[in-house]
Design a protein around this ligand. Structure first.
Ligand code: MLT
Ligand code: MN
Length: 312
């Protein structure tokens, strides 16, 4: 199985268009210490010929352009693409806006929880994806779903979605609605993790997660590869840097550091490779020479970058 990081940053990317924070400014100036990054998405293929996207970011057009794996076959029909399906982990702008790039009549499957498919349904702009050709398939939690199968049975990709602690998409929060409660109207299926298998090996992709609970540690134990929410290093870093008056917890993201952080929560699990993805432009680990970067690497973590390719 080939796993290709199309985008490694959280919403906004690096640099973010309206941000002069340290990382955005360094990336904009071309510093070698902070690489530019597009918004988070993976492409996965069991055979290098047919590909499934995990989330569709607003940067998808540029990401496809930069990725020869995803270019049309020059010996194929005038319009073709190796992209066969898109699987969504939530309805956040940084994970669904790229669906609009995939209009143009290409046959596709979009797989997501019913909660997320309901959000797409309620936004008629997504009807630009021709319903005759683009199937929307609800995924049941904790059930394997067949995403790719070749006729000879040699190529397969299956995905098992599961709910993780998280939050409803930002644009669906309704602070005026008292019935929404402290969870802001969040229900199961608003944020999910994915286990992806080619029939021989499997890995996990969890770009958004508010907390590591016992169910999640049980799932991740012994996995050869986990991509995990790397939005923030410290829960209050956006406030401390004067960027936004919100904590990570309020945004539905666990931070890396601290007693409840992901470094600590996942440290004792037997995970082969652990990779942070969906990294916000405020996160000091983006700076190659930072103490925080050295610390996460010392604890065995890798920091995803655009164009990172892994084989499992
Ligand atoms: C998030 O990851 O919290 C969202 O992508 C935020 C947003 O919608 O900007
Ligand atoms: Mn996001």
């Amino acid at each position: 199985m080939i796993i290709y990081v199309l985008g490694s940053a959280a919403g906004g990317g690096v640099p973010q268009w309206n941000c002069r924070g340290a990382n955005s400014a360094a990336a904009r100036a071309g510093s070698s210490a902070v690489k530019p990054r597009t918004q988070s998405s993976l492409a996965v293929s069991p055979d290098g010929r047919r590909w499934v996207l995990l989330n569709a970011s607003p940067d998808l057009r540029e990401q496809i352009g930069n990725t020869p794996h995803l270019h049309p076959d020059l010996n194929g029909p005038p319009r073709n693409s190796p992209i066969a399906a898109v699987v969504l982990t939530n309805a956040d702008v940084d994970h669904v806006a790229g669906l609009l790039t995939l209009r143009e009549g290409h046959p596709l499957a979009i797989l997501a929880s019913s909660r997320v498919l309901d959000v797409l349904k309620a936004n008629p702009i997504f009807n630009v994806l021709d319903g005759e050709k683009v199937r929307r398939l609800p995924m049941q939690m904790n059930r394997w779903v067949e995403v790719l199968r070749s006729n000879d049975g040699l190529c397969q990709l299956d995905i098992r979605p599961y709910p993780v602690p998280g939050k409803i998409a930002l644009y669906l929060e309704d602070p005026e609605d008292p019935s929404a409660g402290p969870a802001l109207g969040t229900s199961e299926g608003d944020t999910i993790g994915l286990e992806i298998s080619d029939g021989k090996r499997s890995f996990h992709y969890i770009p958004g997660c508010a907390r590591v609970d016992a169910a999640l540690t049980d799932r991740l134990k012994g996995s050869p590869l986990v991509f995990f929410d790397g939005t923030l290093f410290t829960d209050d870093e956006l406030i401390a840097q004067g960027l936004l008056a919100k904590t990570g917890q309020r945004m539905g993201h666990i931070s890396m550091s601290g007693p409840q952080g992901s470094l600590s929560a996942l440290s004792s699990l037997d995970i082969g490779r652990r990779v942070f993805i969906h990294i916000n432009n405020s996160n000091p680990v983006l700076r190659q020479d930072s103490n925080e970067r050295a610390e996460v690497e010392r604890q065995g973590w890798e920091i995803a970058f655009d164009g990172m390719e892994l084989t499992l």
